[in-house]
Ligand binder design. Structure first.
Ligand SMILES: *[C@@H]1O[C@H](CO)[C@@H](O)[C@H](O)[C@H]1NC(C)=O
Ligand SMILES: *[C@@H]1O[C@H](CO)[C@@H](O)[C@H](O)[C@H]1NC(C)=O
Ligand SMILES: *[C@@H]1O[C@H](CO)[C@@H](O)[C@H](O)[C@H]1NC(C)=O
Ligand SMILES: *[C@@H]1O[C@H](CO)[C@@H](O)[C@H](O)[C@H]1NC(C)=O
Ligand SMILES: [Zn+2]
Ligand SMILES: [Zn+2]
Length: 366
């Protein structure tokens, strides 16, 4: 029963509609694609990529160094202290891998759909970890049959002795959301993973008693992954057994009610993001399946909390299935076990993972 509608399609559709409404007042007419222009008005750190539309191999253009920084941050290029503005072969190859991960046409150029996808706020951590795509489209995915979920290198997971996990909602000073509401939202988010697995979760009174700690933070908060204000990166979590889960306090989080009717165009559904980040805490990386919870982007003012088949097969391969699980659609490959999944990824790995992001239905408010 995974949603057949991809968040990207929703995003593009929303932007297309909005473009019809607002384009006349802007310079959109000069652009090949209205939605890229709309997206560029959303306050986000990547708006300048709009200028790179049409750029391809062999060109030199201001802004390409910033694009290389972005691709490097998400694992598509090695880190460098100073990128230049040349569209070189390495950049072309990096863009191709990015396009494959996001289901775009593999052109190696900054065509309009690629620019739009890159400008969409997203998960802050690497799609490609240590040179290996972790989005289920690389070599490792062969072991996953038709599924697109992924694990972190080495497939870290909580040990067998720790299948009953305790979480603390530890740092809440930076969010206006009241404590009782937070407790309910996170309890529901954890319950979705518990329903599918042999894991269970209980809220602990303090971080000292907890395996997992949840906190709201603004800007630089000491782990090298500074938050960036509204949209952009929304949250990040670390792979097992680290247990840290950080949310950007600057987001317009919606914790109760219908997020699709939120007054803020940049409203983000807290439970939806929590379900995604818990996937990372338990050992899942990003998926290339747009309907999966573990897809890196989420549209703002959108609720997406139901595990897709892709998520379920991935998590059950790590922890086993809950015999009472009513299920989503039957998994595409049900015979795989943990060993085949883990064997595909045996590299060492250091911790930080993911950040979710919002692809923006925001256009509506412009
Ligand atoms: C886009 O490029 C033009 C000229 O090349 C420049 O004037 C403008 O500042 C650039 N815009 C952004 C957002 O980088
Ligand atoms: C891919 O290219 C085909 C043919 O040019 C085009 O019809 C299609 O819309 C493109 N898809 C994307 C996602 O850009
Ligand atoms: C959690 O799981 C453990 C081990 O399967 C079980 O003993 C315990 O009763 C469960 N706790 C809850 C609250 O379901
Ligand atoms: C990346 O790969 C190299 C070479 O295989 C290895 O030495 C290094 O530990 C890996 N780093 C991580 C973070 O996995
Ligand atoms: Zn953090
Ligand atoms: Zn993520």
């Amino acid at each position: 029963m995974a949603s057949a509608t991809s968040p990207l399609l929703v995003l593009l559709a929303a932007m297309a509609v909005a473009a019809l409404v607002v384009a006349p007042v802007s310079s959109a007419a000069a652009l090949p694609s209205g939605f890229a222009d709309i997206a560029s008005k959303i306050p986000n750190p990547w708006s300048a990529f709009k200028n790179l539309t049409g750029c391809h191999f062999g060109e030199e253009q201001q802004g390409l160094a910033k694009l290389k920084d972005y691709l490097s941050h998400f694992g598509y290029l090695p880190e460098s202290p100073g990128f230049n503005d040349m569209f070189d072969a390495d950049l072309e190859e990096a863009i191709k891998v990015y396009q494959r991960n996001f289901g775009l046409n593999i052109t190696g150029a900054m065509d309009a759909p690629t620019v739009a996808q890159m400008m969409a706020p997203r998960c802050g951590v690497a799609d490609v970890i240590n040179g290996t795509s972790s989005m289920g489209t690389g070599a490792a995915s062969q072991a996953h049959g038709r599924n697109l979920y992924s694990y972190f290198p080495g497939a870290p997971r909580w040990p067998r002795s720790k299948r009953s996990l305790r979480y603390a909602i530890a740092q809440t000073a930076a969010t206006p959301i009241d404590r009782a509401t937070l407790s309910r939202v996170f309890a529901r988010a954890f319950a979705r993973w518990a329903a599918a697995t042999t894991l269970n979760f209980t809220e602990a009174a303090s971080a000292e008693d907890a395996d997992i700690t949840i906190g709201f933070h603004a800007g630089d908060h000491g782990d090298g992954e500074a938050f960036d204000g509204p949209l952009g990166t929304l949250a990040h979590a670390f792979s097992p057994t680290d247990g840290r889960f950080h949310l950007d306090a600057a987001e317009s989080w919606v914790a109760t009610g219908d997020v699709s009717r939120a007054s803020s165009a940049v409203a983000v559904d807290l439970e939806s993001v929590a379900v995604h980040e818990i996937g990372h805490l338990l050992g899942l990386g990003h998926s290339s399946e747009p309907g999966a919870i573990m897809f890196p982007t989420i549209t703002s003012r959108t609720r997406k909390v139901d595990l897709a088949s892709d998520d379920v097969v991935g998590i059950q391969s790590l922890y086993g299935g809950n015999p009472n699980f009513k299920g989503v659609a039957p998994p595409a490959t049900s015979s795989r076990d943990m060993d085949s999944g883990a064997g595909a990824l045996s590299r060492p790995w250091s911790a930080l993972v993911a950040v979710v992001a919002v692809a923006a239905g925001l256009a509506v408010a412009l």
